[in-house]
Ligand binder design. Structure first.
Ligand code: CP
Length: 344
């Protein structure tokens, strides 16, 4: 595997989940694979989980790790070609990338969306420059529009929890609902884009999960206020239900996330908050909504703003998966790095 951005890069999901389980059983099984190989992790933005879990994953495989915080200690980087560089940006990414590539074997990139220019963000300009100019395999650690390591960890979490979900109707697939929730700041669409992309791909595989001793699939539903429609290239044919309570009925998993306007139905509002969050606090996931689920599990990628996205009671409940979900970031990153090492 030379790139990791979209679900297609991983190929067969059943095989990927089997590899994740193998790593979970023994996360040091491939500890010789990365000997004398170096992972360079480049962060244009803050991170807790991605930074720690990806370093740990590389170490599980015996790799050396270099972490670069571009905004803390490196030269400020210009990313756009053709700019007269008379600002505070001293170095162009087009020189910096091949230099970075010369010090490592695999590169991970964390670069958020600017949320002002939809075309620039959705072209994945920064990530693609690394692919083009580094000469190394490149994986996304959350880019302008996707967060595949998170989505893979989310799928692993769902797959290992699904067998315990109570069965109300035999043969019924696992119902996964992604809900928009309020937030005071404009956030990227990367996490919901990837979660939708991965759940849509997973829902095509009728025997991906186990439940009640037999194989089953996923029914995926998205709920959000009007105007927050995600890009069709990620949501595909997923059902969108604008009534949040209706969407939650019978759900086995609730995946909460805020995102700003993706600019699909209202292009001039790309990256913006469409309505004051004070008017939308009934979208905060609380026991009121969880009561209509099928003893549903609560998921969020973290970091999360309590009592905006989710109430204290729900996130602290026995049904909250946020900690094992974050722990699975080490597993998803180990599988991805293992595959990249095998491709060198
Ligand atoms: N979920 C996630 O990617 O967390 P960080 O932003 O802390 O890495």
């Amino acid at each position: 595997m030379k790139t990791f951005l979209n679900v297609q890069d991983l190929g067969d999901l059943k095989q990927a989940l089997a590899e994740a389980q193998e790593i979970k059983n023994d996360r040091y099984k491939y500890c010789q694979l990365g000997k004398n190989k170096t992972a360079l992790l480049v962060f244009f933005n803050n991170s807790l989980r991605t930074r720690l879990s990806t370093q740990k994953a590389a170490q599980n495989l015996g790799m050396n790790v270099i972490v670069l915080d571009v905004n803390a200690g490196a030269w400020k980087l210009e990313t756009e070609r053709g700019v007269i560089m008379d600002s505070d940006k001293s170095e162009h990414l087009l020189e910096a990338i091949p230099v970075m590539g010369s010090y490592c074997d695999i590169i991970g990139i964390r670069s958020f969306a600017g949320l002002t220019d939809r075309e620039y963000d959705y072209a994945e300009t920064v990530y693609n420059q690394f692919v083009k100019y580094s000469g190394r395999p490149v994986f996304a650690m959350e880019t302008a529009t996707v967060h595949p390591l998170q989505a893979f960890a989310d799928l692993i979490t769902i797959a290992e929890t699904a067998p315990q979900q109570p069965v109300r109707q035999p043969g019924k697939p696992i119902k996964v609902v992604m809900t928009w929730a309020p937030h005071p700041k404009c956030l990227p669409q990367a996490v919901p884009n990837s979660f939708a992309e991965w759940m849509v791909a997973a829902s095509k595989e009728a025997s991906l999960l186990q439940r009640d001793g037999s194989e089953t699939g996923i029914e995926f539903v998205i709920t959000h206020p009007k105007g927050y429609e995600l890009d069709p290239k990620f949501v595909g044919d997923a059902r969108v239900e604008y009534d949040q309570m209706k969407a939650f009925e019978g759900a086995d998993f609730i995946y909460a996330k805020n995102w700003s306007c993706p600019g699909v139905t209202c292009p001039d509002k790309y990256g913006q908050i469409l309505e004051d969050y004070h008017n939308l606090l009934d979208w905060t996931v609380s026991e009121r909504q969880m009561a209509v689920t099928n003893d549903g599990k609560f998921m969020h990628c973290l970091p999360v703003r309590r009592n905006m996205i989710v109430t204290d009671d729900v996130i602290e409940s026995a049904n909250s998966l946020v900690i094992p979900e974050a722990a699975n970031r080490e597993i998803s990153a180990t599988v991805v790095l293992k595959r990249m090492l095998l491709s060198l």
